[in-house]
Design a protein around this ligand. Sequence first.
Ligand code: FMN
Length: 488
Amino acid sequence: MFKIVIAGLDGCLGSAFIGLTDLMTLARRAIAATLPPSEAAGSRPDYQIVTASADGHPIRDGSGVRFEVETSFEEIAACDAVIVPSFAPTPEGKAPDMSSLGAAAAWLRRHHSRGALIGGCGSGVFLLGEAGLLEGRRCTTSWWHQEELKKRYPRADAAWGARLIDDRRVVTAAGPLSWIDVALHVLRSLCGPEAGRIAADFTLGESAPAKGGVRGAAYTANLISGGADAFLSDAERIVRQSDAAFNAQDLARALSTSERTLHRKLKLACGESPKTFIDRIRVETARTLLETSEKPVKELAASAGFIDEASFRRAFRRYAGMAPSAYRSWARAKSQDKAQMFSLRKDAEIIPDILTTILDTCVNGVTLADPDIEDAPIVYANKRFEEITGYGPQEIIGRNCRFLQGEDRDQESLRRLREAIKNVQPIEVTLRNYRKDGRLFNNKLNITPLFDGQGKLIYFLGVQYDVTDQVRAETEIGDLKAKLQAIA
Ligand SMILES: Cc1cc2nc3c(=O)[nH]c(=O)nc-3n(C[C@H](O)[C@H](O)[C@H](O)COP(=O)(O)O)c2cc1C
């Protein structure tokens, strides 16, 4: 029997909180009535729905309506899924500040690390951000919260226009009513496709699509937030609706501003020139299309606003770090829950089969460490990792990755890294590492724990990115500033 928790939080949308409970209850009955008992014999998927709040006391939604809950977060020792409903927006139309919900965020993080699926609906996704669950994950939220989400959680890999995304047991969905999508996705993931279909047929009166598509032009931005965010959202919307001939000059005109002002405002808001901004938005559109459609690359390049396939491929590689087809395979594997790929069989031989073809095309180093082996050695490293470090496979496999630090062991980031690995948490740090020939390189290292279907930790995935040039440039800028200040 699966346990699904509906998180009760003050200020949430009452319709989402109560709607989730209603949908789950109705779907449970429909599944029990539709799946024949003989076929189901003892294995009919079943679940229990629990409502909980931080202290077990009733909650008040954004309009002040009181809702009872069954228990407190702490009373729930284990569960299979937690769903966070959307929140009522602030008077400015933003997602509420989540900093007071630290305990709820830590509780979510704990259940995720134990293998639970964590779902966030609309602005509820921000609480997942507060829990650190969006770091390095593909995610979505309501389009009018996009800029705010990127600002508050810069490491979240936010997809514009995606309706629902499941990235390694973190489910995010767009829109205040997305609790329906999240509930059905959770049921499908836990109870299987047949139960998911029955739940969708019964609650919606038809089969819901398995994956969200790209929301179209119906969602023309009607800006709620002000200032730089509003400018960025507007610029982003215009680029997304433009064709291949559209350039920086057109963008300035569409925004009723001069090219010079456009340049200055974009630099200020996101550090990009108009051309880079336009390219990046197009690549973002293409990424979402690669994830959510079957379109051939050529067609997709045109839909995303690229003049031809070759320029799309070049731009995509530059921003996403891999070829479009490799990205599509990788995204597909991820959306089917990467954990399942491994839970088939934890076997070193399976690693090359699954990973080599995909990961050898990456511009980043990729490694897998096995926590079940003494000192968690590297059991897989892609070609790029060999190129960055200068070591061959025989010198890498079977060793703990700390050999790259040489004698340089007193690094602040290392303490945070150790703590995160100990607590089985994702983390990103920049370390000083040394190539085989002794040369220093700055390694931006991103670590993600991978779990099997039962929530057991099976590997740590490491992504290494050589940021030596950036670090050098930043140091130079710092030095220069200091010198200029001294002169002034
Ligand atoms: C998958 C994975 C990849 C890692 N990659 C690197 C790396 O590229 N460079 C590095 O200095 N440390 C890397 N580490 C960290 C070290 O293996 C080790 O965890 C760290 O030095 C802290 O532990 P220690 O105190 O035992 O050295 C990686 C760890 C994991 C789990």
